[in-house]
Design a protein around this ligand. Structure first.
Ligand code: ADP
Ligand code: DP6
Ligand code: CO
Length: 357
């Protein structure tokens, strides 16, 4: 039997200006534009293989070695769009010899190398990998922005993982979603010394998925409308500018404020949604203490936190400050977890647990 296959990896992206809220749940159209940084493929990533064959009797998806349903409304839409693009290729002049892959069932095998559904953007890496793998299998000629619209229907945040570096998801205005797509703000090389530190506070599956959490917020939060109308549009422009100008002070401040603003709308939902826990809040306090100290010394904010829909922290910082930041966090973590802290050189002895948290 002939089996056609393609394999890809796709990285996580962590939003610095959060997408939270849909104006159309079927097409997955957001209520606001968002911005993110795509992590390296060597770090948090999904590895996905897509295969199709005449022998396959149904579509199947194995996620982390478990069989999952492909009959969800979103995956049905995603496959419909990809198959339509493949049919276009098959029907174009000169391509009569191509196998009719659009008519075959698919087998998708996917693995995340980090916690799934724990607020570390597994749906972004996962759905972008799925769409990329099938696009590769189908040899689609379409642009990344075009493919990002299909990934968006799978999971909103996934559209941004199609690009590396600094990425915007423009919410668009059209009701058919044709202008709601990811675009590159700047490639990674533009500001290559930004690094991300992931603090996994809990690897457990969250109680409230992003999809249902944001639906509840849209329906019940009074703060939500203020956020999308009065905060995000200006913040979107300011954050883009801070990236283009490599202004870390501004970028960090906007990133932290937006994480806090998003989590406020979660708390303002009814009943409230609690994604952050005590460890998350300790990390927030610690980051502000580190920054207060360095602002006093040289006017510089050196680290920014952001939290997706979960308790796990992502810290952004410039590489030259890595040692200072890792030292502080390693010391705190070693005290909490009992890890051996000796192999680290603690320059910042004044950051003792008692003083800081
Ligand atoms: P997260 O914060 O991790 O993005 P979400 O609630 O947004 O959490 O989405 C989690 C869901 O995304 C999973 O339950 C699963 O349905 C889907 N998902 C995650 N990883 C993959 C993958 N590699 N392939 C397909 N679907 C995935
Ligand atoms: C807090 O993209 O996971 O991570 O579109 O329903 O799949 P669905 O939601 P998802 O939501 C992400 C929310 C967020 C912020 C962000 O990534 O922008
Ligand atoms: Co998600």
């Amino acid at each position: 039997m002939t089996v056609y296959t393609a394999t890809v990896t796709s990285p996580v992206n962590i939003a610095t200006l959060k997408y939270w809220g849909k104006r159309d749940t079927k097409l997955n159209l957001p209520t606001n534009s968002s911005i993110s940084v795509t992590l390296s493929q060597n770090d948090l990533r999904t590895l996905t293989s897509a295969a199709c064959s005449e022998e396959y009797e149904s579509n199947r998806l194995f996620l982390n070695r478990k069989l999952e349903s492909m009959e969800t409304p979103r995956l049905i839409e995603v496959l419909k769009d990809l198959k339509k693009l493949r049919e276009k290729v098959e029907n174009s002049e000169g391509n009569e010899h191509l196998p009719k892959l659009s008519q075959l069932n698919l087998l998708i095998v996917s693995e995340n190398n980090f916690p799934t559904a724990a607020g570390l953007a597994s749906s972004a890496a996962g759905l972008s990998a799925l769409v990329k793998a099938i696009s590769k299998l189908y040899e689609l000629p379409d642009s990344l922005s075009e493919i990002s619209k299909i990934a968006r229907k799978g999971s909103g945040s996934a559209c941004r993982s199609l690009f590396g570096g600094y990425v915007a998801w423009e919410m668009g205005e059209l009701s058919n979603g044709e202008d709601s797509k990811a675009v590159e703000i700047a490639p990674l090389e533009h500001w290559p010394n930004i690094k991300a530190l992931i603090l996994v506070v809990s690897a457990h599956k969250k109680d409230v998925s992003s999809t249902s959490g944001m639906q509840l917020t849209v329906k019940t939060s009074d703060l939500f409308n203020y956020r999308i109308n009065n905060i995000v549009p200006q913040r979107f422009e300011e954050m883009k500018k801070s990236i283009l100008e490599k202004d870390f002070n501004k970028f960090a401040e906007l990133t932290m404020k937006d994480s806090n603003s998003f989590h406020s709308t979660c708390l303002d939902s009814y009943p409230p949604i609690f994604y952050l826990n005590d460890y998350s809040r300790r990390i927030i306090r610690l980051v502000h203490l580190i920054n207060e100290k360095s602002v006093k010394e040289n006017g510089k904010i050196i680290v920014a936190y952001t939290f997706d829909a979960g308790p796990n922290a992502v810290l952004y910082y410039e590489e030259e400050n890595e040692k200072t930041i890792l030292n502080v966090f390693y010391k705190i973590l070693s005290e909490v977890t009992g890890w051996d802290a000796q192999k680290f050189d603690f320059k910042n002895q004044e950051y003792s647990k008692g003083q800081l948290i």
